[in-house]
Design a protein around this ligand. Structure first.
Ligand code: SF4
Length: 97
């Protein structure tokens, strides 16, 4: 893929996350993946909301090299969804090759 645009987080169901407002992620760039599963590493809770209210979240980096959308530890999906799967906040677009 020639473009260097980061994939958008189309929807995030994890409304307990500090970056989430009404199922929209407002972190400028999330990181996905740990050795076990496609966990959103950016998820955390806080008494107040953060992120950029005017911007939607994007995938800044992803460590899931076995995902069909991953090349060189970068995500090349057009967009992803985040929600609960194995954990509170996981990439639901993850698809093993
Ligand atoms: S779709 Fe695949 S490559 Fe993209 S963030 Fe999710 S797990 Fe990573």
């Amino acid at each position: 893929m020639a473009t260097t645009e980061m994939p958008v987080v189309n929807e995030c169901a994890v409304d307990t996350c500090a970056y989430n407002r009404e199922h929209v992620c407002h972190a400028l760039a999330i990181t996905v993946g740990d050795p076990q599963h496609a966990h959103c590493d950016t998820f955390f809770t806080s008494p107040r909301k953060g992120g950029s209210s005017a911007a939607a979240g994007h995938v800044g980096a992803c460590k899931m090299s076995d995902c069909r959308y991953n090349a060189d530890f970068e995500c090349h999906a057009t967009g992803i969804s985040v929600g609960a799967r194995h954990d509170t906040a996981d990439c639901l677009t993850y698809s093993p090759r």
